[in-house]
Design a binder for this molecule. Structure first.
Ligand code: C5J
Length: 226
């Protein structure tokens, strides 16, 4: 067994073995990142999320080169909305609701153009795609079984949005015993203050939910091995 790789991180160095680590890309879907989708119907400025794409592309390339497990998630619902609780469907006053026709197809519906992952980060053969109806990637999915089957013990977490699906998934993963490193420039929020506090909340109290580091620190550790 080789020594683990060490990433300079908050609150202290994060140790991982790439053979037992998956890169998780959460909900990098057109519906969140591009105009005309779910994120915009809620009144958000989606350009806030687009700064994540370039650093995340480098991290994805690094994971592919290192032969790591790569898992993409997509939030969305069945066309008949049978997996969308009324409490989610009717929440708030969006300009369009989940399932309504929008410029990228029906909002947040599986199989629609807007529901799919942006071209820059599109999954390639061999990568896992998890469709999830909720905010957390473990809820009502087979992610737990996928991780167990792959002998995955650590997660490098990226994607959108920081305080919603990223946070929910990190909390779920942490409770299941996974060590999560959240890459600060590869997660994004529509709200600058939620981004800042969301990241602080993960690493606070000695790493109550996990670790946080910029992607450059993580890539440095990964490259040092090769
Ligand atoms: C939201 C997500 N924000 N992927 N979903 O509704 O964070």
């Amino acid at each position: 067994m080789s020594d683990p790789l060490l990433v300079e991180a908050e609150p202290y160095a994060y140790a991982f073995d790439p053979r037992h680590t998956a890169l998780l890309l959460i909900d990098m879907q057109r519906d969140f990142v591009e105009p005309g989708g779910f994120g915009e119907t809620l009144g958000n400025d989606v350009s806030m999320l687009q700064q994540v794409i370039a650093p995340l592309r480098d991290v994805l390339d690094g994971a592919r080169k290192a032969g790591m497990t790569v898992i993409h998630t997509r939030e969305g619902h069945l066309p008949d909305l049978s997996d969308c609780p009324p409490a989610k469907l009717n929440r708030g006053a969006p300009s369009m609701r989940i399932g309504d026709p929008g410029p990228k197809g029906r909002i947040l519906i599986r199989g629609e153009y807007g529901h799919d992952i942006i071209d820059e980060l599109a999954p390639i053969e061999g990568e896992i795609v998890i469709d999830k109806p909720g905010k957390g990637a473990f809820y009502a999915t087979d992610l737990a079984q996928v991780l167990q089957a792959g002998d995955i013990r650590s997660l490098i977490v990226t994607g959108v949005t920081t305080e919603v699906c990223v946070h929910t998934t990190v909390r779920e993963a942490n409770d299941r015993g996974y060590e999560c490193l959240v890459l600060s420039d590869c997660v994004g929020s529509y709200f600058a203050e939620f981004q800042r506090y969301g990241l602080q909340m993960i690493a606070a109290q000695g790493g109550i939910f996990g670790w946080v580091a910029p992607s450059v620190n993580y890539l440095k550790a990964l490259e040092a091995r090769s």
